[in-house]
Design a protein around this ligand. Structure first.
Ligand code: SME
Length: 150
């Protein structure tokens, strides 16, 4: 599944005739529509020089978490750790910001530009423990491609 989706995603991202945010928006919609266990797909980016993340393009239900301080929630922890964070069961996390009671699992993969963690891809799932190594590998590839167009 991910091989075909990678090709589609690359095509969306490579279309230089369109603004970056439009391409990221379409990418979110593509991933959400294509992968049954991706129920919310979005980007957070560092908010200028502040120690906080700002919500970027996303597909799925609106979230209250439009600004997330570094260190808060799964996203804020990834801003500091520079590591992927796979959460099979969000109810087991103390430092977690709930978007909706339907969300059971989450994965966050950082995006690096010039070695600097400038943002992340965040995915929520309504299924418990849905993410495998294939998701991680896929999302790392996407994060790398996104980094190249920023
Ligand atoms: N659950 C995230 C907050 C962002 S929402 O998932 C869209 C967190 O704990 O950082």
């Amino acid at each position: 599944m991910f091989d075909h989706l990678k090709e589609q995603a690359s095509r969306v991202l490579a279309d230089r005739s369109r603004p970056v945010d439009d391409r990221l928006q379409d990418l979110c919609g593509l991933l959400r529509a294509s992968v049954p266990h991706y129920n919310w797909v979005g980007f957070y980016f560092r908010n200028g020089k502040r120690e906080e993340l700002k919500l970027g393009p996303y597909a799925g239900d609106p979230t209250d978490h439009t600004i997330i301080p570094f260190g808060k929630g799964i996203c804020g922890q990834v801003a500091l750790s520079n590591q992927n964070f796979v959460v099979p069961d969000v109810s087991a996390q103390d430092n977690y910001l709930a978007c909706s009671l339907n969300v059971k699992a989450e994965i966050v993969v950082p995006i690096f530009v010039g070695g600097e963690n400038i943002g992340q891809i965040d995915i929520d799932s309504h299924t418990t423990d849905p993410f495998s190594e294939a998701d991680v590998e896929f999302l790392e590839t996407i994060a790398g491609e996104v980094a190249r167009i920023l």
